[in-house]
Ligand binder design. Structure first.
Ligand code: PLP
Length: 396
């Protein structure tokens, strides 16, 4: 799947350019890296027993392409796929995926009948949702309990009621409760007391569910950080999103696992030119050259999801060295410092990539703009053309 069909023209007035191969600006996703990461995660969690791996591909595979990532994840041994919305789950089915698939964020008006017909497992937080699902059953349903995140899921006071309703529907043959699960608030901080508290609360929910006559196939609590850092949270299954894409869910805390970032974001230089000491760069002149230098124009901006906050903070990679962004990031373009060099139009500019050549990573960008790598990779898009490659196919 390519990115959005709409692509901007390179701004005019940039002088004569040599013919440029490749896109103006593209997101390249290496599916071999996804497979590599999925294998590492699967090996990690199955060391002590038969824990299943769910690869989370919501939000268009964290910006990497849901359908392509899903295929790579299945190839590498993912037991399950997980998405947030029913529409995402239906899109996966439409693409041909037929394996175990869970979605967990239904909204009023969602078509549970379509999900059930497509063999998608849905999640219920409330008795009302459960009744709606049972009405279009027989359905495979997982129950989500809130153990302390205070986001989705049944609050503690409603567990018994939810479980009783589920058991009644199950006895009547309208549903099968296939799973019971929850989600952690601070798994990227292993010493945070919420981890211990939530795990204890989850065990309490499991006991109560058993007392209510439920016998779910899978119980699960862990996301990527907990899969990596907290074996006691693994239960039957772990739900790994960010780590499947090769990014570290807990930077500075996780052990080195050899994960490989799958996404590279690159563009081609439109022009380079000299500016004089004292010249201001980009809107508002938030940066002035301290000495004579050269700058390059990169044809991507916040219209493509490049954070505006990256102005004067993040760097890109040109000709084997890091070049800082100078001044504000604009809607369609940004300016970088080339330190006196004048690379020709068409020169490759890597915004971020796996980092193995020294180029910035999504994690570097996240730190530069005060966010997490999840947001960097998930928001990048817009006029970038996305392309999938398979480095194992080309190098073997
Ligand atoms: C997004 C999500 C995950 C994946 O989290 P990562 O930190 O990316 O591994 C797991 N479970 C739920 C419920 C989620 O919403």
């Amino acid at each position: 799947m390519t990115g959005p069909a709409h692509r901007a023209e390179i701004p005019s007035g940039a002088g004569v350019r040599p013919s440029v191969s490749g896109s103006r600006a593209e997101i390249v996703v290496d599916l071999a890296a996804v497979r590599h990461n999925v294998r590492i995660l699967k090996d990690l969690v199955t060391v002590d027993g038969p824990v299943q791996l769910m690869v989370v591909v919501k939000a268009d595979g964290y910006g990497h392409g849901m359908v392509e990532v899903a295929g790579a994840a299945r190839d590498a041994g993912a037991d399950w796929l997980g998405v947030a919305t029913l529409d995402e789950a239906l899109a996966l089915r439409a693409s041909g995926d037929s394996g175990p698939l869970l979605c967990w964020l239904s909204a009023p008006g969602d078509d549970f009948a379509a999900a059930v017909a497509a063999g998608i497992e849905v999640t219920a937080y409330t008795v009302a949702e459960l009744d709606e699902i049972a009405a279009v059953g027989p359905a495979r349903v997982q129950l989500k309990v809130d153990t302390g995140l205070s986001r989705g899921g049944a609050p503690h006071a409603e567990w018994a009621t939810l479980f009783a309703a589920a058991a009644a529907h199950e006895a009547a043959g309208r549903i099968r409760v296939t799973g019971l699960w929850s989600h952690l608030a601070a798994s990227d901080e292993p010493a945070h007391p919420a981890n211990e508290q939530q795990e204890a609360a989850f065990r309490e929910a499991l006991a109560l569910a058993a007392e209510s006559g439920l016998d779910p196939d899978v119980t699960h609590l862990a996301n990527s950080a907990a899969a990596i850092l907290r074996p006691s949270s693994h239960f039957d299954l772990v739900r790994c999103g960010i780590a499947s894409y090769g990014l570290d869910p807990a930077p500075g805390v996780s052990p080195r696992l050899g994960l490989r970032p799958a996404m590279t974001v690159r563009a081609r230089l439109v022009m380079s030119k000299a500016i004089a000491a004292g010249d201001g760069v980009s809107y508002g002149h938030t940066w002035h050259a301290a000495e004579d230098t050269t700058v390059g124009l990169v044809p991507v901006g916040y219209g493509e999801g490049v954070p505006r906050a990256a102005g004067n903070t993040a760097s890109v990679w040109v000709d084997d060295s890091r070049r800082p962004i100078r001044g504000r990031v604009c809607m369609d373009q940004l300016v970088i410092d080339l330190y006196g060099e004048l690379p020709p139009p068409g020169t490759e500019v890597v915004l971020f990539g796996p980092g193995n050549l020294g180029e910035p990573t999504a994690q570097d960008w996240a730190e530069a703009v005060g966010t997490i790598s999840y947001e960097i990779v998930t928001r990048i898009g817009g006029r970038f053309v996305r392309r999938h490659v398979d480095s194992e196919e080309t190098t073997r």
